[in-house]
Design a protein around this ligand. Structure first.
Ligand SMILES: [Zn+2]
Length: 240
């Protein structure tokens, strides 16, 4: 087990519970789509290591032996890159040719971020890196917060205070009572206020839309075929 200072970031898909719904086919497509969205988000920031996919969120980290004054600005830039990758893919998912709710309603999904810096211990179990420590708990607790805009980057006070230059958008303060940690202050930026996030996305290409349609088709396209395709589970049941 080694320990060191790390920058901890969670990119979390908002609106996920309502989106997942309960219908099985919608669920299958919703799962494929959220998987694709998270993959694009992770790929947008090669400087970060993926620690774990946690349902609708990606937990990322980066060594931060020296947290310099530009790190907050750099992290904000990384968040904008992830946000853009997410929305570009979301647009493709929502305009793919499948009419199910898991695809058409992807447009309601949002992306938000929480960021903290702290001392973490690294455990490698079966080649998988795992981060442990109170700061890992803290960054996760930060997801439950009173921020009332759909897409934001929320910094812990410890991290935010390292910035010495003003950020490219208005910063708002929030107070949180983090379970098991106590009262804590945070600072957030509304992604919609960031100039870099306002560049319009290119229109989806037909080829890209067809590609996304094929990606979900692997898990069944009942509405398009006019009948339900049997799942592997059902096929086994019929066979027995
Ligand atoms: Zn679908």
């Amino acid at each position: 087990m080694t320990s060191g200072r790390s920058l901890l970031l969670i990119a979390d898909i908002g609106g996920y519970t309502a989106y997942m719904g309960s219908h099985r086919m919608r669920l299958a497509h919703a799962e494929v789509n959220t998987g694709r969205l998270l993959e694009k988000v992770i790929r947008a920031v090669p400087d970060f290591d993926l620690i774990e996919i946690e349902g609708d969120a990606a937990f990322l980290a980066r060594h931060a032996d020296t947290v310099d004054e530009s790190m907050v600005a750099q992290t904000l830039k990384a968040a904008v890159a992830m946000h853009r990758a997410f929305h570009l893919e979301r647009q493709y998912v929502a305009t793919n040719l499948c009419p199910c709710n898991g695809c058409t309603q992807a447009n309601n999904l949002k992306l938000k971020f929480v960021v903290h810096v702290g001392e973490v211990a690294t455990q490698t179990i079966r080649r998988r890196r795992k981060l442990v420590g109170i700061d890992v708990i803290q960054v996760h607790r930060m997801l439950k917060n009173p921020v009332d805009v759909p897409e934001y980057v929320l910094f812990s006070e410890e991290f935010y205070r390292t910035a010495d230059a003003p950020l490219p958008g208005p910063v708002h303060e929030v107070s949180q009572d983090l379970e098991g940690i106590g009262p804590s202050r945070g600072y957030f930026v509304d992604v919609a206020d960031l100039p870099a996030a306002q560049t319009p996305l290119p229109d989806p290409t037909l080829l890209g839309r067809v590609g996304r349609t094929l990606a979900v088709a692997a898990s069944g396209v009942p509405y398009m075929l006019g009948r339900r395709r049997r799942t592997a589970y059902e096929q086994t049941r019929h066979a027995s």
